[in-house]
Design a binder for this molecule. Structure first.
Ligand code: SF4
Length: 185
């Protein structure tokens, strides 16, 4: 697969950084998952992409290990001060849009790639998730949060030589896409 081309496309979609990561650097941790269960984000047990529906940490690690490579993507905003909520919201919104646009692009342009999209928060594709009453409405658009899987995002960035903190006054949202080639049809 042409990961460099995909990396460039991610930048074209508006991410401020896109860098390859090695699957072997991703070590999921129970402690991160336990923070999910505290449910500060109010998404725990409400969405097919989030715990517990996405599987145990062990199952998620097994799933991740089946992929060949990945790409970290970031959207960084520059805040005017610590109370610049407008830029905070705008950066989050932009990052969410970049993520969805990129995912739809990847699904369309790379049918021979199996893609695991891991976003910044719960899957927001539908106004109300069908969980747990009916199957996921759009599995092709579904994503799980990196932290929901048990990832320590700063560690994954550090272990791949990727900057996570871009300095004072910046706010960075992170997501990733994992890839493996499959023969279809
Ligand atoms: S695509 Fe819709 S139904 Fe599926 S996990 Fe996302 S919000 Fe839920």
């Amino acid at each position: 697969m042409d990961l460099e081309r995909i990396r460039q496309e991610a930048l074209d979609f508006g991410f401020t950084l896109a860098e390859p990561i090695s699957i072997s650097t991703i070590h999921l941790r129970e402690e991160v998952r336990e923070m999910c269960a505290v449910n500060k984000c109010h998404a725990y047990n409400t969405n097919w992409g989030c715990p517990p529906a996405c599987g145990t940490v062990e199952e998620c690690q097994e799933r991740i290990n089946r992929y060949e490579t990945g790409l970290i993507v970031q959207t960084t905003g520059q805040l005017e001060d610590d109370f610049d909520y407008e830029t905070m919201q705008e950066t989050a919104k932009n990052h969410g849009k970049h993520f969805v646009d990129m995912l739809l692009h990847l699904r369309k342009e790379y049918p021979r790639l199996d893609i695991l999209p891991l976003g910044t928060g719960a899957c927001m594709t539908c106004k109300k998730c069908t969980y747990p009453d009916a199957p996921c409405r759009m599995p092709e658009r579904m994503s799980s949060p990196m932290e929901g899987y048990g990832m320590v995002i700063s560690d994954v960035c550090k272990d791949n030589g990727i900057l996570y903190n871009h300095g004072r006054g910046t706010l960075t949202y992170v997501a990733c896409f994992l890839f493996r080639e499959v023969q279809k049809g």
